[in-house]
Design a protein around this ligand. Structure first.
Ligand code: 59J
Length: 575
């Protein structure tokens, strides 16, 4: 009979085995408790950090439209490709496929990846087309991600470039109204949570932590049709007279709204790769010039305000020049004894100077101060300058005289058009606005109604066949305005071959709705008079604008005293 013998040795072995089993179980239990209870948060957050990510969600930037809702700046969705270098390094074999698709050089990408190894987010290529983005996603390469962003597009191209400005690749306003109203347009980007697999590929979008807040839309004062028309005619004149640059602005005289603002040279905001900075400036607000004779209406205003002159008062401008000590004020010919109206119509420097010296210096500069020469208009346009206004003392006779015909101060086209809007608006100067306004507010009276009307009548004579501005005429409408041909200041005096040709005016003269300034800077060639090259631009643009805005004619054609017949302007094409 075989008997099983429980030896003391085997008993001991059993105990050891059981002991080990219990010990291991105890350690495991402890570890489990440790992991699940004591280290739970730490481990969970570590895990999440590896497999969950929060990503920014770009906000849609507000649309900029013209006053009638026509789009001028819109954001279209695009995708940007970015990588997480550490993850991307695990997928070297797929790099070529990606770089070929994105037209990148693999060695350059490699350098980038190695340089930024420690980062988690590196852009590979920004703003690619949606169909290309789909192909990138289909490659499904570790560490490669797409991010939805927006690209700004400007449907009016170079026509509205200076007014709108532009945004950078991160959709932040850099220039123009994009910059001025960046906070309004911008919106707030949101955040979302995504889960990724072991190789870092996004598996699924888990949740939106914070929704992106889209930016707000902006309705400008600009009328796109007038903007096009003004742009076309200004560009044509600048090219025709081989000028260096030019600007034009149309203002609603009652509301102060800028209906059109254009400059030459311009640029295409949708393709800024070869952008020269001289094309970038919104010269209408950043560049100043001596206004020359276009200032004369305000000299006449000061003369009327002094009480010493009436519109029919006679001033002797013989013999066509006027000595003040060593200084000589000159007219291009001897106009003899003329009234205030003729001083304007013929643009007599001698006449203006005599008016200025017959009244006090304060009388003269008071008008300029009220009009705001020397100060920014408050339009809020980025980079706007206020120009320079020298205040001559009573004893500075030469300075008083030259100020009377527009030298010794410098203005922007924007300041000048606002000043003319005050004459247009019976002496009340409107507040400038690039934003559509429903109710005009904050108007300032700068001239009495009576004098404003008298000056307007004189400015109508300037645009009659008797005046220097007859080329500004528009058939069917009464036009008031002033020409200016200004020699540019140069080292030690005034240049004999560099001019600014200007026309500033308003329509319809009986009850003006629009004020406009045209400047053409440094035309090359024999023709450089404001009356010859700036006035026709005014005529063509005004003619189209008055009809587009359905403004009733105030001049019966049969009784028209005007000489030129502005050709009817057709819209479209040409750009
Ligand atoms: C002029 C000046 C320069 C500055 C004169 C322009 C002065 C002057 C020193 C001769 C060209 C020219 C302070 S003229 O604007 O009088 O627009 O159709 O630039 O007189 O004293 O060969 N404009 N322009 N003067 N300077 N300093 C006239 C006038 C004006 C015209 C024409 C002919 C000047 C009718 C200008 C126009 O009204």
């Amino acid at each position: 009979m075989r008997q099983q013998v429980h030896s003391p040795v085997s008993h001991f072995r059993l105990l050891v085995v059981v002991g080990i089993v219990f010990a291991v179980a105890a350690v495991m239990l402890w570890r489990a408790v440790d992991l699940h209870v004591f280290n739970k948060e730490f481990l969970q957050s570590q895990g999440n950090a590896r497999y969950m990510r929060t990503m920014p969600v770009a906000a849609h930037r507000g649309v900029i439209t013209d006053r009638h809702g026509e789009p001028l700046a819109v954001s279209t969705p695009v995708d940007s490709v970015w990588i997480n270098p550490a993850e991307f390094l695990t997928a070297r074999t797929s790099w070529n496929k990606l770089t070929r698709l994105l037209s990148l050089k693999t060695d350059k990408v490699e350098r980038l990846v190695l340089q930024r190894k420690k980062r988690e987010f590196v852009y590979l290529k920004r703003h690619i087309r949606p169909d290309l983005a789909e192909q990138v996603a289909a490659l499904n390469i570790a560490g490669v991600y797409l991010q939805r962003e927006y690209r700004r597009y400007y449907p009016a191209g170079e026509v509205a470039a200076h007014v709108l400005g532009f945004t950078n690749i991160d959709d932040v306003g850099q220039e123009g109204l994009e910059l001025a109203y960046n906070d309004w347009l911008r919106g707030e980007s949101g955040r979302k949570m995504v889960i990724k697999d072991r190789l870092g590929r996004t598996i699924k979008h888990v949740e939106s932590i914070q929704a992106a807040q889209p930016g707000k839309d902006l309705t400008l004062s600009i009328d796109r049709r007038l903007q096009y028309l003004t742009y076309r005619e200004l560009k044509r004149a600048v090219l025709q007279y081989k000028a260096k640059s030019g600007s034009a602005i149309i203002l609603d005289t009652q509301t102060g709204e800028v209906l059109a603002m254009v400059n030459q040279p311009s640029y295409n905001p949708n393709n800024r790769s070869k952008l020269n900075s001289y094309r970038l400036r919104n010269r209408a607000v950043t560049d100043v010039f001596e206004p020359g004779s276009t200032i004369k209406p305000f000299t006449v205003a000061a003369a009327l305000e002094s009480g010493r002159f009436k519109p029919n008062s006679i001033v002797n401008t013989s013999p066509g020049y006027f000595r003040i000590g060593k200084y000589v004020v000159q007219d291009i010919k001897n106009y003899g004894r003329i009234n205030l109206s003729t001083i304007m119509a013929k643009s007599s420097n001698v006449g203006a100077s005599k008016l200025a010296l017959a009244i006090s210096a304060k009388n003269l500069t008071d008008v300029h101060t009220r009009i705001g020469f020397g100060f920014v208009t408050g339009s809020g346009f980025p980079g706007e300058v206020g120009g320079i206004m020298n205040m001559p003392t009573e004893k500075q006779l030469v300075e008083r005289a030259t100020l009377s015909y527009g030298y010794g101060l410098s203005v922007t086209p924007l300041q000048l058009v606002r000043a003319y809007a005050a004459i247009a608006n019976d002496g009340v100067m409107p507040h400038m606005s690039f934003i559509k306004v429903d109710q005009a507010e904050n108007k300032t009276r700068v001239l009495s109604e009576k004098y404003a009307k008298q000056i307007r009548e004189m400015l109508e004579v300037v645009v009659s066949k008797k005046g220097t501005g007859y080329r500004a005429a528009v058939s069917g409408y009464r036009i008031a305005g002033k020409t200016g041909t200004v020699k540019k200041a140069s080292a030690g005096g005034y240049s004999d071959d560099r001019y600014v040709a200007v026309f500033a005016g308003m329509a319809p003269a009986s009850k003006p709705r629009l004020a406009m300034v045209v400047t053409i800077n440094e035309p090359r060639g024999d023709v450089y008079y404001g009356g010859k090259i700036a006035a026709p631009v005014f005529s063509k643009v005004m003619s189209g604008a008055l009809r587009l805005l359905d403004i009733a004619p105030d001049n019966i054609p049969n009784k028209s005293v005007h000489l030129t017949d502005a050709s009817t302007v057709k819209m479209g094409g040409a750009f």
